[in-house]
Structures are given as structure tokens and as C-alpha cells.
Ligand binder design. Structure first.
Ligand SMILES: [Zn+2]
Length: 148
């Protein structure tokens, strides 16, 4: 599947590079990625609308280390799929149509709604498990930003 759900464990929700970096540093990082790859969604190829810089994490489920492995420039819909839990909340608040998010997932992956539902259920099983632990974070080359 091209587009998959990636839920961040609740124990590290408020500790992302986006939150830790000064906003001007984050903007520079985003601009650098746009300059390198163009202003297009790196998953579905969309060029219209807002582009979000998404942090890609790898999870070491033996040692509970969350490691930053890169970034993706994503359109709003692909970004909603990545954070499907948040998309559900927005949908409950009437700010987003969850059916649109599901339709985008099915279109990008060429799959049925049943595949989407199963994939989301599986992602939440993993999320519940990972959210029981405290994770160490490895920001890779950005670790230097947080060392005294
Ligand atoms: Zn996209």
C-alpha cells in the first residue's frame, strides 16, 4: 500500500520535531524539502492545496525507541490518513468529512472500504500496545538541536 496509517503512541504525542523546533527552523526545513522535491504530495502526487511536512518514524518495539527516519511532504488528505485518530476527532467536530478521508485512502491504494477499515483497526491495535510504553526518542541528525 502506498498510503498507510501511522499512529504516534500517545506517550510521545507532544514531543515531535515540529513542536520542539522553533517555527522558523521548521519552515526552513519545509522549504528545503519543497525546493528539493517540488511542491507536490510525495504519496499521491497532488499539487493543489496546503502541503504538510510529515515526520516519518521508525519504531523499535523491543527497546522502545522512536527514531526519526525522514520527512514527507503530504497533501492534507494523505496527512489526515496518517493521523486517522485526529481525523476522526475533526470529523466528530464537523470540521472534516471522514468519508472523504476514507475515499482518498481507497483511491490512492486502489482498494475497497473494507480494506481501509481493516487497516485502520490493525493500526489502532498497534497504537494501543505502543501507547502503554514510554519511548526514547532519536531525532537522528536533529538530536543536536536538543543537546545542551
Ligand atoms: Zn497526497
Amino acid at each position: 500500500m502506498k498510503l498507510i496509517v501511522e499512529l504516534v503512541p500517545s506517550t510521545v504525542w507532544y514531543s515531535s520535531l515540529y513542536r520542539l523546533l522553533p517555527s522558523e527552523v521548521w519552515s526552513k526545513l519545509r522549504e528545503g524539502i519543497i525546493a528539493e522535491n517540488g511542491r507536490r504530495c510525495q504519496i499521491c502526487g497532488a499539487t493543489l492545496g496546503k502541503m504538510n511536512l510529515h515526520e516519518c518514524w521508525n519504531y523499535d518495539d523491543q527497546n522502545y525507541i522512536q527514531k526519526l527516519v525522514g520527512f514527507n511532504l503530504l497533501c492534507t488528505m494523505c496527512h489526515h490518513v496518517k493521523h486517522i485518530g485526529f481525523a476522526r476527532i475533526l470529523s466528530d467536530q464537523g470540521k472534516l468529512d471522514y468519508a472523504d478521508v476514507m475515499a482518498h485512502f481507497c483511491k490512492v491504494n486502489g482498494c475497497s472500504e473494507a480494506v481501509f477499515t481493516k487497516h485502520v483497526d490493525e493500526a489502532f491495535v498497534i497504537w494501543h500496545k505502543r501507547s502503554q510504553y514510554q519511548w526514547s526518542q532519536d531525532f537522528g541528525e536533529y538530536n543536536i538541536c536538543f543537546k545542551k
